[in-house]
Design a binder for this molecule. Structure first.
Ligand SMILES: Cc1cc2nc3c(=O)[nH]c(=O)nc-3n(C[C@H](O)[C@H](O)[C@H](O)COP(=O)(O)OP(=O)(O)OC[C@H]3O[C@@H](n4cnc5c(N)ncnc54)[C@H](O)[C@@H]3O)c2cc1C
Length: 474
């Protein structure tokens, strides 16, 4: 049995890649669903791969990952919009920087990139700071929902005979008779022949359980504003000239039509500290308005949130076989989402087959295409009407902000959704302007009815995050 610890975008895609060769793949995730760690809270950009340090693992895997996403999208059926990205030079000295980025792009083998002069830039992006002089435009950059990739990749593992387990927090490892004995918080135990540690922020702590050394991981917080889709601010990803620590504070569309402003980059102590701060939000508001001066936070604010980068002193991915024989995939900071499919190939083709020397053969019966319930509002009206004729739940709107029907919520439950967050991230119900203010009670009721539970048992996400604690009429 091959075990993957951690069901973020990296772990799920590694499990999927392994499953192309081996049926007996087990994916263990501590949380209540896949993609709910670092994979959930970030800029969600498919980066172009032009700005990673040439020669680094990041550079090697980012551009390749970007290319692999074209097929991955067809196989796993998630929304991906290649809207392109601009690095905008506003001050004179910033022009020098974007020319140096162009040289870096050449070294990284990225061809789909060019300098755009002011007039063309203002035609493409009418709300951008009119003082902008030019930009570096990368046409292969895109936006997507990374947690959907993780959820769909986990599904593909199940479809192909592998096992995916949630609420499985690894707490101890023993080596017994040449195998790894994995011990989980819920007291369950499993033997594995090979283990891949893809535990995100906690990959260094898991490596220690194996007695292996990987660079220490420290959390670097990035805060964001999410603005509503009521006004079209930008069409593509707008970067400033980057700072030393990060790609800078950006303005970008989300795949479902909203806008993100952020992130900043501040090192924090706790790997759980995802609170937003007044100073942090002021900082990103100011920086965002330097790029797009007419951002209206008062009118269009939906919510604020923060994510934590799993950073190391080396600022590069650490992907290697430890002395124990386990594989550690650590320090997967940005552009980890983009690089993830290439990381998966690197682990399976290079580390497992070449470095460890395990001979693997592609399975003939492997199913690469995985179904996904379409978001009904995106299909043709006539087809939607036909579906309503067969199933009236397809005509009952539950989330009015994001136009999610009862049928889509029931489909998600049939796919394993059990918490409000599962429904939110699988269907986008309660993800819109009202943030669940109007639909949470309805979703709670559907969840209770279709999973045969009392509403008091339904949680937002982890155990203990109940919504109601007394008998209620919904
Ligand atoms: C602010 C910010 C912006 C970013 N923007 C971008 C971007 O635009 N584009 C891009 O390409 N990248 C971006 N990134 C980077 C990207 O988000 C990460 O590289 C990526 O999400 C890492 O995925 P992962 O699977 O390694 O980690 P995670 O998603 O954290 O997955 C690890 C999983 O392991 C589980 N786990 C931990 N401990 C245990 C245990 N003991 N037992 C079992 N399971 C365990 C966790 O619950 C978690 O689900 C950004 C990151 C941040 C924070």
């Amino acid at each position: 049995m091959i075990a993957v610890i951690g069901g973020g975008i990296v772990g799920t895609l590694i499990a999927r890649e392994l499953n192309k060769y081996v049926e007996d793949v087990w994916l263990f995730e501590a949380k209540t669903n896949f993609g709910m760690g670092v994979t959930k809270s970030n800029s969600a950009i498919l980066h172009g791969g032009y700005d990673d340090p040439p020669g680094s693992l990041r550079a090697q895997l980012c551009y390749k990952g970007n290319q692999l996403y074209t097929q991955l999208q067809k196989d796993l059926k998630f929304d991906l919009k290649r809207v392109g990205s601009h690095v905008v030079a506003i001050e004179d000295e910033e022009t020098k920087y974007i020319y140096s980025l162009l040289k870096k792009a050449e070294k990284n083998g990225v061809k789909e990139i060019r300098i755009i002069e002011k007039l063309e830039l203002l035609e493409m992006e009418k709300n951008i700071n009119p003082k902008a002089k030019r930009s570096l435009f990368c046409e292969i950059a895109g936006i997507f929902d990374p947690w959907i990739v993780a959820i769909q990749a986990a599904k593909s593992v199940r479809v192909n005979g592998g096992r995916t387990l949630i609420k499985k927090r690894l707490v101890e490892i023993e080596k017994k008779n040449g195998k790894f004995l994995l011990k989980f918080q819920d007291k369950s135990e499993y033997f594995a022949d090979l283990v891949i540690n893809a535990a995100g922020l906690y990959a260094d702590e898991i490596a220690k359980m194996f007695g292996d050394e990987v660079p220490e991981i420290f959390p670097v917080k990035g805060e964001y504003f999410l603005l509503s889709k009521d006004y079209q601010y930008v069409n593509s990803v707008i970067f400033p000239v980057p700072t030393g620590i990060s790609k800078g504070c950006l303005v970008l569309p989300t795949v479902d039509g909203g806008y993100l402003i952020g992130p900043n980059a501040n090192r924090v102590v706790s790997k759980n500290d995802t609170a937003t701060t007044k100073n942090g939000l002021n900082e990103i508001r100011e920086k965002g308005m330097k790029l797009v001066p007419n951002l209206n936070f008062r009118r269009h604010l939906v919510k604020t949130f923060a994510g934590l980068r799993p950073e190391t002193d080396k600022k590069d991915f650490y992907i290697n076989v430890g002395k124990s024989g386990a594989i550690h995939v650590a320090g997967i900071r940005s552009p980890g989402l983009t690089a993830a499919p290439a990381i998966a190939e690197y682990v399976v083709e290079y580390l497992i087959q070449e470095k460890i020397g395990l001979n693997l053969y592609k399975r003939e019966n492997y199913i690469s295409k995985i179904e996904r319930t379409p978001h009904l509002v995106h299909i043709e009206r006539e087809k939607w009407n036909e579906i309503i004729q067969q199933n009236p739940d397809a005509g009952e709107m539950v989330c009015h902000c994001n136009k999610v029907t009862k049928k889509e919520i029931i489909d998600a439950i049939n796919q394993g959704a059990r918490t409000l967050d599962d429904i939110k991230f699988m269907t986008r119900a309660s993800f819109g302007e009202c943030q669940g203010g109007f639909c949470t009670a309805k979703i709670l009721k559907i969840l209770a009815e279709y999973t045969d539970r009392d509403p008091r048992e339904i949680t937002q996400n982890e155990d203990g995050t109940w919504i109601v604690n007394a008998k209620v009429r919904i």
